[in-house]
Design a protein around this ligand. Sequence first.
Ligand SMILES: N[C@@H](CCC(=O)N[C@@H](CS)C(=O)NCC(=O)O)C(=O)O
Length: 306
Amino acid sequence: MSDGTFFLHHYEASPYAEKIRAMFGLAHQGWGSVLTSPYPPRPDVDPLAGGYRRIPVAHVGADVFCDTALIATEVAALTGRAELAPTIGDPAAQALAERAEGDVFFAAITSAPPLKLLGKLLASAGPLGTLRFIRDRTGMMKGASTQPPRGAEAGRLFDAFLADLDAHLADRDCLGGDQPGYADFCAYHPIWLAQSVGGAVTLGRYAAVRAWLERMAALGHGERREMSPEQAFAEAGESNPRALPADPGSHEALGSEVTIAPDDYARIGVTGTLVAATGERYILARESERLGTVHVHFPREGYELA
Ligand SMILES: N[C@@H](CCC(=O)N[C@@H](CS)C(=O)NCC(=O)O)C(=O)O
């Protein structure tokens, strides 16, 4: 039986993981932290997520959640904080959140001064780790449906985002109003990333963004408990997946073996039996000797089924 621990498989430098860690901070939520490598192979995650290669991955018992949009839905339900679910009321906040997780996310890295970026990578990963990291990410973007902005264009894009965010925050504390909600976490993590790799050099000009960033950083990460991959596997192995949605949807592939992959980048597919296809998510059932039956959940948006 699962003890209900919400596990997050992540690495410290992962901005998308920071999006979820900060949500735990807002909710003062306890969670199990399982650290993994910044690049594959990830034998500590693959048995759960079936080869999905992006980070973070979350799981509770034998239910595994891929993609932060769906992880946020689960965190919202777990904590009773509806504002963390990816439904954004204000269209201007929605547009900023989408930009943040589109070109701006990539520009956060490609607009950083190259020598600073290299210095940070060398300091954290060493020469061999840096080489592996660069080779991995170059390979990951080869089959991508979008390509990162580069050079001066990346700098312009990132700065334009900061300027628009600053204007938006001029008369409110957070993207959607008084309190942080889903859009705030989407906008926060690319700036956090830029800062952590020595970028966001124009941030000083944007007082409203700086004040908001300070408030977001002050949320902290909730009650983080370090756990081992073995503890995570034991939880999954000893649990049964939770009940499927009452209405599993009416997809023609229900009951068949399918492969689900992101439609943008890191397009590695996960294969299993499609057991639900609701308006919000796909659920795949996967069997393994080690973990028994595991249900892997994907959002429908941004993923393709074959
Ligand atoms: N749409 C995904 C994007 C996740 C993503 O791009 N994560 C980055 C790390 S922050 C990643 O997986 N990079 C490649 C890797 O770590 O292997 C989500 O919201 O979870």
